[in-house]
Every structure is written in structure tokens, then in C-alpha cells.
Design a protein around this ligand. Structure first.
Ligand SMILES: Nc1ncnc2c1ncn2[C@@H]1O[C@H](COP(=O)(O)OP(=O)(O)OP(=O)(O)O)[C@@H](O)[C@H]1O
Ligand SMILES: [Mg+2]
Length: 356
């Protein structure tokens, strides 16, 4: 039998999208959804025990669909004991997603590899949240480390000093200030008004303006992902939705702008806090290096809007976007995984064995 090879992987296990980057060059992303056929008919129709990602979303009428993460962390992991059955179920859902990602990275042959993984979690995920992830992935990996998501972005892009990374995801916005060393809790902030929050605000605004229109949050999210903006535009953003069954063009420009703008104040406050509590000698440099990452970084005009807030609150600010928002976290996690010395992996393994 061949000796298994070591494979390093970086995983951005996201509320909306999970991404894997492996050192064999595989890069893959999958929406963080798992669906289970609802009954005998749907099992016959779908021919599978469960569906992952886009398949689950497409077949949501015949499936019970689950997202394992809420506000960036494994659901129920804060109160596992009080919700044991739900926690065990969601753990299994998360494992199915991880196995799917590993299957993609190993091209269906996980047994050929000893896999070392670095997984990104929200900046302020607590011990319970992170331990839950370690517990559920331990059997799949030869070694696993959990690190903060915005830190993985910083590590992968080499933005390690006097830079503030802002990772705008589905469940959380994670901010991490880099000062040339591993960031501490004081360097990080998490806010919960992120992509999902925008979707909910957008939904409510539409409901108020067009009570007879029919739509789902998925439809609104797709529209948002195409047109998201916080700046003024002369263009009219029209979505065709059924009103009492009849397709009707609805102008959603103001509602979408308002919904996207709803996340700005908390991000601006968090920037102000992390800049004003930084070493004063380096604050100007930090202000010049505000970097947006994550799916939400693609909102048109967001950088300029944050710069306006910074101008008023801090006298100056320069905001830019990283070029590859979907993969930046996983790429950075992979790099961190590869850079971790063998001795450290061995030490972690030894500790694990002793604990067991
Ligand atoms: N072009 C776009 N404009 C605005 N928002 C977008 C765009 N593309 C994706 N998004 C939103 O970005 C969010 C997903 O981003 P990302 O993949 O970084 O999150 P995640 O890592 O899954 O979530 P989290 O980090 O909170 O766990 C979703 O809310 C999605 O709708
Ligand atoms: Mg993320």
C-alpha cells in the first residue's frame, strides 16, 4: 500500500459560502447549505440521501435545507448542552459540508492523504465555538488549527503591518488590525450587521413598499449580489417579480441602497475604535491602509462611504478592496498551514494523543 501524502488545506468555513484551497492547486467554493429530501417522493426524485450547496438551494422545495453556521459560528455551539439533539444534527450537517470540500480537494480520494487544515472563524469566535469545529473535524484531519478569518486574509496578502482588514461576510463583519505580530483580542472586532442583515432589511423594505409582490430572500439576495450599492446612481435597478402571479417590473433602487447602507454605521464605528486605540505613532499609516475583503466588499461605493465617515471622525482614511474576495481567506489559511513547521504539527498531535 502507498504511504499517504501530506496535503495542506486552508478552509474558509463561511455562513454563506465555504471555500477550500489545497496545496495541489485545487480551489473550490460551495454555498454552505445541506438539504435532506423531505419524504419518499423527494428521495425518489433526487436519488440522494442529501444534497450540498447549489443542489440543495435549487431543490429546496423538496428538501429540508440547513445552514450550519449562524453569525459566523456553528449553530448551538454556545449552548450545546441545552440543545443537544439540534447540536448533534447541525454537527453532522457541518461534517457533510467538510467532507464534500475534502472530496473536492482530494479529487474523491481522501484516503490517499494525511490532511493538515487551517480553518478561519470570525475574529471573536469564543472557545466553545472553536472547540466545536475542532471536535467535528478532528477525525477528518491529521492536524487542524483554527485562526481568525480576517487574519487569514492579512496573512495571505502579506498585509501584516499597520493594516486594518475588514472581512464583510454573510453572518459577520470581522475587523482585524495588523501590527506585525499575531493579532490579539484587542486588535479585533466583530459586528453582526453583514450580508444576511442586508438581505433581511431589503426584504422588510420591499414588504412595506410592495405588499402584494411575491418573493423569497434567495431571490433578493441574488439581485443584491448583482447590484449592491451604497452610492447614488441615475440607473434604475429593476427586478421583475410576480404581483398576484403576474410578472411586474419593480424599481428597487432606493430599497437596495438603504439596505446596503444599513451595515455602514457599525463598520465605521469599529474602524474609529480600532484606529483611535492603536499606537498613536502609527495611526496615520493605519488610516491609509483600510482593506475590504469578503463577499460584501463588492458593494459599490462602500469604500468611498467609509472614507467619508473616516474623514469626519478621524480626519482622514483611505479604503481599498482586495482583488479576490471569495478566495482570499482560504488562500491565506492555506499559506499559514504550509508555513506551520512540522514540529508544531507534531506537538499538537502529541497533545491530542495525551488528552485522549
Ligand atoms: N457582489 C456582491 N455585492 C454585495 N454582496 C455580495 C456580493 N457577492 C456576495 N455578496 C454577499 O456576501 C456575503 C457572503 O460573503 P462571504 O462569502 O465572504 O461570507 P461568508 O464567509 O460565507 O460568511 P461569514 O464570514 O460571515 O461566515 C453574502 O451575504 C452575499 O450575499
Ligand atoms: Mg467569511
Amino acid at each position: 500500500m502507498r504511504e499517504p501524502k501530506i496535503m495542506n488545506v486552508g478552509i474558509d468555513f463561511g455562513s454563506s459560502i465555504s471555500v477550500i484551497a489545497a496545496d495541489n492547486g485545487v480551489r473550490a467554493c460551495v454555498p454552505s447549505y445541506v438539504g435532506f429530501p423531505k419524504d419518499m417522493i423527494s428521495r425518489r426524485l433526487l436519488g440522494k440521501e442529501f444534497l450540498i450547496g447549489d443542489d440543495a438551494i435549487k431543490n429546496r422545495l423538496s428538501c429540508n435545507v440547513f445552514r450550519p453556521l449562524e453569525r459566523g459560528v456553528l449553530k448551538y455551539s454556545d449552548h450545546a448542552e441545552e440543545n443537544l439533539a439540534d447540536y448533534q444534527h447541525i454537527t453532522w450537517v457541518a461534517q457533510l459540508l467538510f467532507k464534500h470540500l475534502i472530496g473536492l480537494a482530494t479529487q474523491g480520494r481522501p484516503q490517499d492523504y494525511l490532511i493538515r487544515a487551517v480553518i478561519g472563524t470570525p475574529a471573536l469566535a469564543n472557545e466553545n465555538n472553536n472547540q466545536a469545529l475542532i471536535d467535528l473535524t478532528e477525525s477528518m484531519f491529521d492536524g487542524v488549527q483554527i485562526v481568525s478569518e480576517p487574519f487569514t486574509v492579512a496573512y495571505g496578502t502579506g498585509l501584516l503591518n499597520n493594516t486594518l482588514i475588514i472581512d464583510i461576510g454573510g453572518g459577520t463583519v470581522d475587523l482585524c488590525r495588523m501590527s506585525g505580530v499575531y493579532p490579539t483580542k484587542e486588535d479585533q472586532l466583530t459586528t453582526y450587521k453583514a450580508g444576511d442583515y442586508i438581505d433581511n432589511v431589503f426584504f422588510d423594505l420591499l414588504d412595506a413598499k410592495y405588499p402584494d409582490a411575491n418573493y423569497t430572500i434567495n431571490m433578493l439576495r441574488s439581485f443584491k449580489e448583482e447590484h449592491a450599492l451604497v452610492s447614488n446612481t441615475d440607473e434604475k435597478l429593476i427586478l421583475t417579480l410576480p404581483v398576484c402571479g403576474k410578472p411586474t417590473d419593480l424599481d428597487l433602487t432606493d430599497e437596495l441602497r438603504q439596505a446596503c447602507s444599513a451595515i455602514v454605521p457599525e463598520i465605521a464605528d469599529a474602524i474609529k475604535y480600532l484606529v483611535s486605540t492603536y499606537d498613536p505613532e502609527f495611526q496615520e499609516e493605519l488610516k491609509a491602509n483600510i482593506v475590504l475583503a469578503g463577499g460584501g466588499s463588492q458593494i459599490i461605493g462602500l469604500g468611498e462611504e467609509l472614507e467619508k465617515h473616516m474623514l469626519e471622525a478621524l480626519g482622514y482614511g483611505s479604503v481599498r478592496k482586495i482583488p479576490d474576495p471569495v478566495y482570499a481567506g482560504a488562500n491565506g489559511a492555506l499559506m499559514y498551514c504550509k508555513d506551520t513547521p512540522d514540529e508544531l504539527w507534531a506537538e499538537m498531535k502529541q497533545k491530542k494523543t495525551e488528552k485522549a
